[in-house]
Design a protein around this ligand. Structure first.
Ligand SMILES: [Zn+2]
Length: 188
């Protein structure tokens, strides 16, 4: 799909028996789609896909001139799923109050940073301050929340730094793999 004009440029239907395993279908579909567009004379500047491992490897090694972004929807959904699963434990219930906002935050960090990876990461990590009611002093590139002053008597479910729910949230938010991928979220 071309996001600029919202037109579907091509679709590919792959059957698992056309390739070595069902896991290989994504990459084969991508290869055929890219080839089709090239044959049509389309110059591809950037592409957004999910984080399928073989797709990442292929884009890195075979198509280095095409900028490769990750789809925000998949990442946001994955994070929300993790938070909701943790939040089922009584001691971690408070995470359920935050999972929707945190999922929205993924979209926000991606769509407001023009593809600037380090800025995306700082904005993302700032949530670990925001959830404990700290809204300034986040980082070098992103120093303060942009939501404006909160009411003194704002009754939010703030977390407490160092508490069990906070530590569990921290593990998810600061996961090495996630930080690597979040820097490559599609700004579109
Ligand atoms: Zn804040």
């Amino acid at each position: 799909m071309d996001l600029t004009n919202s037109k579907v440029l091509d679709t590919q239907l792959i059957q698992s028996n056309e390739v070595s395993s069902s896991n290989a279908m994504e990459l084969e579909g991508l290869k055929r789609g890219l080839q089709k567009l090239k044959d049509e004379g389309v110059t591809i500047a950037s592409i957004t896909t999910d984080r399928h491992g073989s797709v990442q490897k292929y884009m890195r090694e075979k198509e280095p001139s095409i900028e490769h972004w990750f789809d925000v929807w998949h990442v946001a959904k994955g994070i929300r799923k993790k938070l909701d699963a943790k939040g089922k434990r009584k001691i971690l219930n408070i995470l359920l109050m935050w999972s929707k906002s945190i999922s929205h935050h993924v979209y926000w960090v991606a769509s407001t940073s023009q593809g600037d990876g380090p800025l995306v990461v700082e904005k993302w990590l700032s949530l670990l301050n925001h959830v404990i009611n700290v809204h300034t002093g986040h980082g070098q590139l992103f120093q303060s929340c942009v939501h404006g002053p909160l009411e003194q008597n704002d009754e939010r479910d703030w977390l407490i730094k160092g508490s069990k729910p906070y530590k569990e949230l921290e593990l998810i938010v600061k996961s090495k793999l996630l930080l690597k991928d979040i820097a490559c979220l599609s700004p579109a």
